[in-house]
Design a protein around this ligand. Sequence first.
Ligand code: PMV
Length: 310
Amino acid sequence: MKIAASAPSNIALIKYMGKASEASNLPVNPSLSLTLENLRSFITLESSSKPDAWTPLVGYPEVTLSERGHQKFLAHFARLKELWKIKGNYTISSANNFPADCGIASSASSYAALTRATHDLAVESGTIQVQSAAELSRLSRLGSGSSCRSFFSPWALWKGEGAEALPLNVKVEHAVILVGEERKEVSSSEAHLRVNGSMLFEGRVQRATARLELLIQALQNGNWKSGFEICWAEFWDMHALFETSQPSFGYMNSDTLTVLELMRGIWRRDGDGPIVTMDAGPNVHVLLRPDQTAKAAEWLQSFHHIKSWS
Ligand code: PMV
């Protein structure tokens, strides 16, 4: 039997950073994300006579998994197989259509794709009925927290056990400005633990929760400038936690700072610009209103970027 599935990545505007439960990836604060339909992970599950194993999916940019990443991925498959009573062994092959591990949330799309493929395998094998997106979201969270938001599009809100669709009537385009594609040295799992040691962590839950409410209001009211200010403060808040952790770590490089300075310059000059955010990596994500598309070509022309959704 062979199953193929795929799932999108997502970029958080209000970040999931810090866990209330490390074992089950329960977040300390709610988060809000935009699903990136064109930045996807692809996966196949094929029955095999050998024990379950992972290989890169042929035909896509090559992915390598660290030993830990490899074991975590297989453990999530084993958990779902047990839950859904799937028999037999499988070769899991997966890949992304974008660079992994550098702040484009490849763990979100990878785990969402694995959860979706394993679900499809169980349905095909007749061991379960079709499950809801809410249930898949809850289960995917156990593999990687941020993956639970990839089951809803375009906007997802995650509070507690799983994510839900957020009905926001706001259309945006997304691009990521690539300034680094090297694998990150501190994984996001490690980041979630280390931020607890930052003196800035106190008040983090309140700040993220307050920004979430303000951001939803701003987007609903078409207050783009306020959206920019909230998202700017929010990603700096997360990166400040990284830099003030014990031991300290960080993801920005000098090109990141150049891009951020240019983005702020656009706002200063025009009183308008993109919403800017960053994940746990050096790359800079921008969100654009449809009416900014022409200007965006000018704003982004000097950067190597992937325009991912429109
Ligand atoms: O799902 P994880 O454990 O890889 O956490 C990633 C969290 C961030 O990407 C840094 C922020 C977020 O909300 O996506």
